[in-house]
Design a protein around this ligand. Structure first.
Ligand code: HEC
Ligand code: HEC
Ligand code: HEC
Ligand code: HEC
Length: 203
């Protein structure tokens, strides 16, 4: 069997070239080289490669630790796997929704209407949008007028994925291009017989 010398020349350089090479040379010389069995020849013959790898990994590790300390926010992990300061930040944001109890305290007439129909289950702000600002200052901030074409269809547009029992219509055919509140009272949407005849609806 012929002994094949690896093409790499690193170990054949002068051992004074790098400081680490001195240590390597020490190990390399101590261990006798058997004449045959190239694989087992000298376990530490190529240790220089391992040391370089270890140095690179050590640098990477230090870089990771330093970068992490610089980048990860101070309060991270204070309460859990998130930024502790985020709680105060979120809590300080202005409140958008007042909740239907607040609306109902002033708009008792609307509640009386809603109680008579199935929209009793739909909270005010599901239709009127976030109105905390209006609830705090009704005189100067008024909720915008709603466009029923988009609003009602959002929940009632016919879709086979919806439960069969949920009232739904193909809005384009159903309304004949009229706004939904031409015929339906938004807070009490069922069209009673007298209302039906009053609007002259065919359905
Ligand atoms: C403190 C009493 C008060 C609270 C709470 C309140 N409102 Fe009002 N709201 C009023 C008053 C008063 C008006 C009439 C304003 C006007 O016409 O000058 C009004 C008007 C409205 C209007 C009609 C605006 C228009 O076009 O005339 C809507 C819609 C409305 N409120 C929805 C809500 C909703 C939804 C809530 C709950 C988030 C709510 N309001 C909470 C007092 C209140
Ligand atoms: C299903 C959707 C829907 C719900 C739920 C709803 N509204 Fe309305 N509301 C409307 C629509 C549509 C109008 C008519 C268009 C407009 O004025 O913007 C309206 C009009 C109003 C008006 C002014 C005109 C009127 O009829 O007096 C007030 C005030 C009002 N809503 C308050 C409320 C309050 C308070 C609640 C909760 C108790 C509520 N609404 C729940 C859709 C809704
Ligand atoms: C946020 C979703 C939502 C919006 C928006 C909404 N509805 Fe409804 N609607 C409901 C729910 C929930 C019911 C009750 C369904 C039930 O009890 O099976 C309902 C019931 C109805 C019914 C059946 C009433 C009855 O007594 O059989 C009609 C008609 C109706 N809505 C019309 C409208 C109209 C018109 C609008 C627009 C002004 C509208 N809805 C907006 C959720 C909505
Ligand atoms: C021309 C008048 C008219 C207009 C406009 C109109 N509807 Fe109706 N709608 C009716 C009548 C009348 C009924 C009752 C039908 C019945 O009970 O058989 C009804 C019933 C419904 C129902 C209940 C269906 C069911 O299966 O119980 C829904 C939901 C509905 N309409 C939604 C809408 C929506 C959303 C709009 C706007 C896109 C709209 N309607 C516009 C007249 C109208």
């Amino acid at each position: 069997m012929t002994h094949i010398t690896p093409p790499c020349d690193l170990n054949h350089r002068s051992s004074n070239e790098f400081p680490v090479s001195k240590i390597i040379a020490f190990f390399s010389r101590k261990i006798p080289r058997p004449q045959s069995g190239a694989g087992k020849a000298n376990l530490f013959k190529d240790i220089e490669h391992l040391i370089r790898l270890a140095v690179v990994m050590a640098i990477a590790l230090i870089a990771f630790v330093v970068l992490r300390a610089a980048i990860v926010p101070r309060s991270f992990g204070q309460y859990g796997h998130y930024r502790g300061a985020a709680i105060a930040e979120i809590a300080s944001r202005p409140i958008a929704y007042a909740g239907h109890d607040v609306c109902e305290a002033c708009h008792t007439d609307i509640v009386d209407q809603k109680k008579l129909g199935k929209h009793i289950v739909v909270p005010c702000e599901a239709c009127h949008g976030p109105q905390a600002a209006h609830a705090n200052d009704p005189a100067s901030i008024k909720p915008p007028k709603l466009d029923t074409a988009g609003l009602c269809a959002r929940c009632h547009e016919a879709n086979s994925a919806k439960p069969k029992g949920f009232p739904q219509v193909a809005t384009a055919d159903h309304s004949g291009g009229l706004a939904c509140d031409t015929c339906h009272q938004p807070h009490r949407p069922k069209i009673e017989d007298d209302a039906k005849s009053a609007t002259g609806s065919k359905k």
